[in-house]
Design a protein around this ligand. Sequence first.
Ligand SMILES: [Fe+2]
Ligand SMILES: [Fe+2]
Length: 351
Amino acid sequence: MLHQELARRRDPMWRWERPLLREISMYAQGLNQSDPAAVTASPEAARFQARIDAEDKIEPNDWMPEAYRRTLIRQISQHAHSEIIGMLPEGNWITRAPSLRRKAALLAKVQDEGGHGLYLYAAAETLGVTREDLVDQLLAGKAKYSSIFNYPTLTWADIGAIGWLVDGAAIMNQIPLCRCSFGPYARAMIRVCKEESFHQRQGYEIMLTLCRGTAEQKAMAQDALDRWWWPCLMMFGPPDAASQHSDTSMMWKIKRFTNDGLRQKFIDATVPQGHYLGLSFPDPALRLNPESGHWEHGPIDWEEFRRVVAGGGFCAADRLDARRRAHDEGTWVREAAAAFAAKRTARKEAA
Ligand SMILES: [Fe+2]
Ligand SMILES: [Fe+2]
């Protein structure tokens, strides 16, 4: 029965039917879906929702609404693609890191991101898709990944800014995912978050070193903050007022905070860190509201966000070209691994 169901799910028409999902935030840019009313219509759906309300984890063999499965496949696969594409802007600096220590740390960080992609593809596979199909979708330019990785890394300070801000924003988004209702995703995120915190610290430490260095080094750090600040705020997705369908993801406890809520947490945590570095933020409207205790920010350029999400980012074509090249160059490794596995199976069967 399970096999038949999995075979049905592997049918390409089923898998890639037009998603109900809206383009939104963070490493998964399509995590909301519509039609919350349909979600609790059947007795199974009511039982499913009761388990979620009781903070039970949903496991791959459990009954789940199709829209829940599709939402998760889309969110987890976009998250996985983002980790893999996210290796590229920083990988670009491994050979140019300013010291052996920096090179070793950056190499470890970029390898971690590759590992995150692999845990996440494995978590997505528990929902009845294959990694090969997900990778094909990415290489064909049909799958989304976080638009932040379509910005270029121009100087070494960008490696500091990415660790501090991009990984910092990712942590803000991913800590609540450790409590996501889908067990395999939640468990993958626990390990991912531990590694992300190392990434954030290594980035901040690069910024700190530059800010305590020469005037030229400090100017480099300021320039990197100026270029990465707004795109990082956009990583949390459109304002809540513009994303009408987040109710279902919240109800299913895939998502626990709204885009604006997470963005505010990130700003409140990050602004004092920037001030400690002696840097200024490229936002003249940024001010601490003494009553709420929150940092208020100026308007975000959502036009730019829409343009970059739609593939208009400076490095969008480069990123996909680099992935396609890496995939082609790795063909012999995949073939060798498959041949070895087939040989072992044949030997086992013969024995
Ligand atoms: Fe990561
Ligand atoms: Fe990271």
